[in-house]
Write a protein that binds this ligand. Structure first.
Ligand SMILES: C[S@@+](CC[C@H](N)C(=O)[O-])C[C@H]1O[C@@H](n2cnc3c(N)ncnc32)[C@H](O)[C@@H]1O
Length: 440
């Protein structure tokens, strides 16, 4: 029979949150008002669980950090604590994980728990690995047993952290490990998982799909490139574009290790495709949302480091389109005449910074319906772009149609049908080449 737990009143000043708990679950975000009210009227009903600190004076809190924070907030000098003694660090840390079993956790907290549990399981895993190395000498039955043991570890961890079965846990671990290696898209997946805006399976599929431009990319042999989104590239951004458009542009207008510049990089789709296809990339934005996009206003010219680049790929927000989703002083907010002026100066600056023979690829949609000058049915931005190309000295190479199929929700399509309106799907990629010599 277990002895009755020892309960003592301990000064709140002598109680310290556990470093291990902070490393797994982070700093306590806030103490809750409800709990403060309860403690104020009824006191701390459930004792905290504490153990003597290994280093220094006082006690380490194994369970009850929120109760302690609330007690301190209302000025309680002492709180009831149950004393527990542990046989070692592993036993103590396992107890902390157990006390947190019921707590609602973010994906990253679950995965930090899993990291700890994997460490606990490591000695057994080494034994299993040695057995696997000998597997050739094992009978089919022994081999099956060995595989089962391996599966069992993942199954056990999946169950402990409450993440479903071993397969889902392996997907989660793959996302988590890739993010820890500094992969920006995997980190974005973790952030979305923490917010509950993505499932583990969807985030995992995003990671796997990105390999398709590295191995076996099949370029489109026509000048119509499908506008199909794929969240595996770029991080979420209101204006992100389909990676296939960039991949085809890289295929036709650059070579391996070419230097690509995206001066309005948004969610960084261009960076990710360059990485997958072995091109170098410099990316900028007025309002960067990733560490590998530098802060720069392209109206001030191209940065020096972009000089003699091979391709400039740009997907600008123009005129009033998407105006309210971007940085307040971006080019999207300028009136039409200023927008066309900006476009001309941008194309001239791109001409100067490209190496002779380099390309500028400019993605432009027709503007329909919204914010049109009086009497206009549409604004032909690609036409403004074409004029800017010729004025700057570019040799037009191709106008590639990238129709935005699937860009509308079924209710938008239905409403357009009812109103007898045409929805705009036209989007074009204009490509111009800087001549090798003054004569082309
Ligand atoms: C259509 S989005 C680009 C989306 C990107 N292609 C993607 O796939 O995520 C246009 C970007 O231009 C940026 N921008 C607007 N004005 C700018 C300026 N003057 N200099 C640099 N970037 C600007 C906006 O912040 C926005 O991120």
């Amino acid at each position: 029979m277990n002895p009755a737990p020892q309960i003592l009143s301990i000064s709140t000043e002598r109680l310290h949150p556990s470093d291990f708990s902070i490393s797994v679950y982070g700093q306590l975000e806030s103490d809750s008002d409800d709990l403060v009210d309860t403690i104020q009227t009824e006191g701390v009903l459930v004792p905290l669980v504490v153990t003597p600190r290994e280093m220094g004076e006082g006690w380490e809190v194994i369970s009850g950090n929120r109760r302690l924070a609330c007690a301190r907030r209302i000025g309680l000098r002492e709180v009831p604590c149950e004393i527990r003694l542990f046989e070692g660090v592993e036993q103590k840390n396992r107890a902390i994980l157990d006390y947190n079993r019921q707590r609602r956790k973010k994906f990253s907290q679950l995965m930090r728990e899993a990291d700890v549990l994997e460490d606990f399981e490591r000695p057994a895993a080494i034994v299993r690995r040695d057995a696997n190395l000998r597997q050739n000498q094992l009978s089919p039955i022994d081999r099956r047993n060995s595989d089962n043991r391996h599966n069992r570890t993942d199954e056990t961890i999946a169950r402990s952290i409450g993440i479903g079965g071993k397969d889902l846990y392996r997907q989660a671990r793959s996302i988590w490990r890739t993010a820890q290696q500094g992969d920006i898209r995997a980190s974005s997946g973790v952030a979305l998982l923490d917010l509950g805006e993505k499932t583990i399976h969807a985030a995992y599929k995003d990671l796997r799909r990105r390999d398709r431009f590295t191995s076996g990319f099949r370029p489109t042999p026509y000048d119509v490139w499908s506008f199909k989104h794929d969240r595996a590239f770029g991080i979420p951004h209101p204006g992100s574009i389909p990676p296939g458009i960039i991949a085809n542009a890289l295929h036709y207008f650059t070579e391996s290790a070419s230097l690509v510049v995206d001066p309005m990089a948004g969610g960084g789709t261009t960076i990710d495709i360059c990485l997958a296809m072995g091109r170098r990339c410099l990316a900028y934005d007025l309002d960067p949302i990733r560490a590998d996009i530098k802060s720069h206003d392209i109206r001030n010219g191209f940065p020096d480091e972009t000089r003699d680049c091979d391709l400039i790929f740009v997907d600008p927000p123009y005129h009033t389109m998407l105006a309210h989703q971007y940085a307040a002083d971006g080019v999207a907010l300028t009136p039409l005449s200023e927008w066309v002026e900006f476009l001309n100066s941008f194309v001239r600056m791109a001409y100067t910074t490209l190496r002779p023979g380099g390309h500028l690829a400019l993605l432009m949609a027709n503007q329909t319906e919204k914010d049109l000058p009086a009497g206009h049915g549409y604004l032909d931005h690609a036409f403004f772009g074409y004029q800017a190309f010729l004025a700057a000295g570019f040799l037009p190479q191709r106008r590639i149609s990238c129709p935005m199929a699937g860009a509308y929700l079924p209710q938008h399509v239905q409403r357009a049908r009812q109103d007898g309106r045409m929805l705009g799907q036209v989007r074009d990629l204009l490509v111009g080449r800087k001549p090798l010599t003054e004569l082309g």
